[in-house]
Design a protein around this ligand. Structure first.
Ligand code: ARG
Length: 582
């Protein structure tokens, strides 16, 4: 569907032309004085310079050419603004159009395009910690948003499963159990199906090994083990399989609780087969050059304000690093999916890494000149006191613990307020807790740091996820009392609250589009907060079910039903859903 701004801009352009002026001056914007009008056009002020006359004279002439049926108000005011309010009829028809169109008539700006969203970024063998919350939920939302706007989307978790942490675990295991068959270089038989360690043990082995990195002899062992694993040493590969087999189900389980769903569970290791040919090609074409024993791709540009060091392709010891697997992953993605856009959601401290690999990928032709590459670098989540989030003993808080804390807090409320019957407590709690967590995060601009405040995020009032759910649940209960409502046509706005609500609904398409273009889920949160406010104001100021005029009542119901559907669509994009009761 055409956006309202485009429709009325077009009409304004025609009015400028009809009045004898250039149509280009007819651009309409949303009013920055909502107390005076809904939309405005400032074109007469600019036109005055060209036509050498008073702006108000032009504004008056244009206004007289506008179709009065579209506006309840269109006035020229000094010194030459044109202030507009939409007519009830126009708004009602527009909403009826949204109500009956597929996906509310939102423009499918991504039709025919493919977007890969690389998010989550879990590291195998390490439990997810709170640092993994943001990339998971921001990425999931950006993916759903792109999908809603027509893109073919592929979400890839891009596991950290090929780096030094694997070598560290292997080296540590060898120190503990050197007799294991995996370490016998002459062994040619099959390796045991059963893993030599459990998840719990693995979660202890990794940090112990990691702490020993400062011991040069141990570090050397770990590096060698990493290199040999990457070279395909059988026994190490078998240990790697065990680590994956144990770690992945746990990762899937926790992402599942967050309703974060990856289409692809690929990792750095899956890029490995693409590395040799890629490296050879980059060397052959002189894109990669030798520097202190390593192979690097220089990516500095003249306009750089800060130094951008070369992108390291192969280290001097011959091993692949983060940049290598990331570039090889691009090769794989281009080959298999030919995406038009690749988004990477990670901590913003990885900015330089992405700047380097993006430049290297363009320079080398691994991606096309037109392929959009974006790093969505997010800020840090701090504790409620604004300080880095730590457990009481100073450790890193596990993501699962954070989810559990939020769930326990919400459950207590659900039970205390007797919201649902005993059998429904867990499901309702899970939905509210997820909304609290995700909205608390997504309502912040991704790049900004924010403070995790359990009580504030879980409040049923204020700018929170639960408040949005509460609004949806309230409307659902009115609709249930009314009966079948989906077929009811939109009515004319019956009061100012209805009109405000209708205007808010019309902003769905523009909001989603801007959120997508600027990669800002927070705009969707701000939008539904405003929309929920309009719904609640309308509810408080209007007798809905008590209205005696059946036609009027039907219009009210149709309006709140549409508002509910829009809210539900938006929270689906944000990655959560509403319970039946609250
Ligand atoms: N595993 C990485 C980390 O923990 C994040 C991966 C992000 N994605 C990527 N393609 N580099 O930092």
């Amino acid at each position: 569907m055409q956006k309202i701004l485009d429709i009325i801009s077009k009409k304004m352009e025609q009015a400028f032309v009809a009045a004898g002026y250039d149509g280009a001056y007819g651009k309409v914007t949303v009013s920055n004085r909502p107390d005076l009008c809904e939309y405005q056009c400032n074109g007469a002020l600019a036109a005055a310079k060209q036509y050498k006359c008073a702006p108000i004279q032009i504004a008056n002439a244009v206004v007289s050419q506008l179709d009065q049926g579209d506006f309840s108000m269109c006035e020229a005011v000094m010194p030459g603004f044109i202030n507009l309010k939409l007519s009830d009829r126009f708004l009602c028809d527009y909403l009826e159009g949204m109500r009956t169109a597929e996906d509310f008539g939102v423009d499918k700006i991504g039709a025919g395009l493919t977007a890969v969203v690389d998010y989550g970024g879990a590291n195998v063998a390490k439990p997810l910690h709170i640092g993994h919350l943001r990339p998971a939920i921001i990425g999931e939302t950006l993916k759903r948003l792109h999908k809603y706007l027509g893109y073919d989307t592929i979400g890839d978790v891009h596991l950290g499963d090929w780096g030094l942490q694997m070598g560290l675990i292997i080296a540590e295991l060898q120190e503990r159990q050197p007799e294991l068959v995996y370490f016998d270089p002459d062994y040619t038989g099959e390796y045991p199906k059963e893993s030599p360690f459990t998840l719990l043990e693995l979660e202890e082995i990794y940090p112990t090994a990691s702490a020993k990195k400062t011991d040069p002899a141990f570090a050397e062992k770990a590096h060698v083990a990493t290199f040999e694993l990457q070279q395909g040493r059988r026994g190490y590969r078998a240990i790697w399989e065990h680590i994956m087999g144990i770690s992945l189900p746990d990762l899937r389980r926790i992402y599942g609780i967050l309703d974060v769903q990856f289409e692809k569970w690929l990792g750095e290791s899956d890029a490995d087969p693409y590395i040799p040919a890629m490296v050879q090609d980059l060397k052959d074409r002189g894109i990669a050059v030798q520097s202190e024993g390593a192979w690097v791709i220089p990516v500095a540009e003249e306009t750089d304000k800060k130094e951008v060091p070369p992108c390291i392709l192969v280290k001097s010891d011959g091993s692949a690093i983060y940049a290598t697997t990331d570039l090889a992953t691009m090769v794989q993605r281009m080959q298999d999916w030919a995406p038009d856009k690749m988004l990477y959601v990670t901590d913003k401290r990885q900015n330089l890494h992405f700047e380097q690999i993006f430049r290297a990928a363009k320079k080398s032709g691994i991606v096309k000149e037109t392929t959009v590459l974006e790093h969505v670098g997010h800020g840090t989540m701090n504790g409620a006191d604004g300080k880095p989030f730590k457990t009481r003993d100073g450790g890193v808080l596990r993501l699962e613990q954070l989810i559990r804390d939020m769930t326990d807090f919400v459950r207590a409320k659900v039970v205390e307020n007797k919201i649902v019957s005993e059998g429904e407590v867990e499901e309702t709690t899970a939905k509210i807790a997820l909304a609290a967590l995700k909205y608390g995060d997504l309502s912040n601009q991704p790049t900004k740091d924010y403070n995790f405040d359990l009580e504030r995020f879980a409040a049923f009032e204020g700018n929170t996820g639960p408040y949005i759910l509460y609004t949806i649940v309230r409307v659902k209960s009115i609709l249930a009392k009314y009966g079948a409502w989906e077929h009811l046509p939109m009515g004319l706005p019956a009061n100012v609250y209805a009109k405000e609500l209708m205007l808010a609904i019309t902003k769905l398409g523009p909001t989603l589009e801007t959120a997508c273009r600027t990669l800002s889920p927070n705009l969707i949160c701000a939008y539904i907060y405003e929309l929920a406010g309009c719904v609640n104001k309308f509810y408080h100021e209007t007798r809905i079910l008590g209205e005696e005029d059946e036609a009027l009542k039907a219009g009210y119901i149709s309006l709140i039903g549409l508002a509910k559907n829009v809210l539900e669509t938006c929270i689906h994009i944000l990655g959560f859903s509403a319970p039946e009761k609250m």
